[in-house]
Write a protein of this length. Structure first.
Length: 315
């Protein structure tokens, strides 16, 4: 970063906001976008799905591992995945951003550009937010969604006899994190998976239409998040390891790093795939990986899993 690159303090709060909001495209659901005290979003269903996540520098992302555009895209993905996991279609995001006054304005421009691009790709608008000074870079996204007349798919509906299925990639972000942690920047595929998740947004509403009884965003790890479903539904879930996809790329990376690729698949977080339970056949793009029965907890091949089941703050 050159010495003459302006900081956010040089540009000023409203100058930064103007840069962020210039040229934002809005979907039809945005009735009033940025520039007023609050936005107005159409809610034709009469209900709004809402979710919030906070990303903290050096906890959820590092600017020496990811560029600002990556960070912005990731901030949106982790939130809109939650909306999709309820069976809703993303409509809007609100952005809260805190940073030190010395932060280069180009960094915020990159983050906001990534946010706008990821929201637009998901069919959502960036409709407002807040910008404040703080000792550390923090991004908070509130995501909104439209159920389109569907009942929300919660974690509490799984029933004995249901099958468990997943869609989207799992284990890739964990492989990317392990690669970056060892000081490498390749293979590009796994590093990119950690930098920018690719949640299967459309699969959430499709699962709801297909009769999914419970659903969850796989953010902390497959076993950990299925554990939330099992607890909320008061059922037992068993995962079959032979039903899980183990891509050759993960096998190769694990061999190079001396790691267990199946552990990445079972416990690795931040891929933001979707896991759901169904009473029968599953929609296209979903893979059956287990079953629901009476009881409690999550097992793998009928046995308790040894070791941590996923990420846990303060754990």
């Amino acid at each position: 970063m050159s010495a003459d690159t302006p900081s956010v303090a040089d540009v000023g709060e409203f100058g930064v906001i103007s840069r962020i909001t210039a040229g934002l495209r809005q979907p039809p659901s945005t009735l009033l976008g940025p520039g007023d005290d609050a936005a107005v979003i159409a809610a034709s269903d009469g209900r709004v799905v809402a979710s919030t996540d906070v990303l903290v520098e050096n906890v959820h992302f590092r600017l020496d591992w990811s560029n600002p555009d990556h960070v912005g895209r990731k901030a949106v993905a982790v939130n809109l995945a939650d909306v999709a996991a309820m069976g809703a279609v993303p409509t809007a995001v609100l952005v809260g951003l805190a940073c030190p006054p010395s932060t280069p304005a180009d960094v915020l421009a990159g983050i906001s550009g990534g946010i706008a691009a990821a929201a637009t790709a998901a069919g959502a608008g960036v409709v407002g937010g807040d910008l404040v000074g703080a000792p550390q870079l923090v991004i908070s996204i509130t995501a909104l969604g439209d159920l389109g007349g569907r009942a929300p798919v919660t974690r509490a509906g799984a029933r004995p006899g249901d099958v468990v299925a997943v869609t989207g990639r799992i284990g890739w972000s964990a492989a990317g994190l392990a690669t970056l942690s060892r000081g490498f920047r390749s293979p590009v595929a796994v590093v990119a998976a950690h930098r920018v998740p690719e949640p299967p947004y459309a699969a959430g509403p499709a699962a709801a239409d297909a009769g999914a009884t419970a659903m969850v965003d796989v953010s902390d790890g497959l076993l950990a998040d299925l554990g939330h479903v099992a607890a909320a539904s008061t059922v037992a879930i068993d995962v079959r390891s032979d039903a899980l996809e183990l891509p050759q790329k993960l096998v190769d990376v694990a061999a190079a790093l001396g790691a267990d690729p199946m552990r990445w698949v079972l416990t690795g977080g931040e891929d933001h795939a979707l896991a759901a339970t169904f009473p029968g056949a599953v929609p296209d793009g979903w893979r059956v990986i287990g079953t629901v029965a009476e009881g409690s907890g999550v097992t793998v091949d009928g046995r308790p899993y040894e070791g941590a089941s996923g990420w846990q703050h303060w754990g």
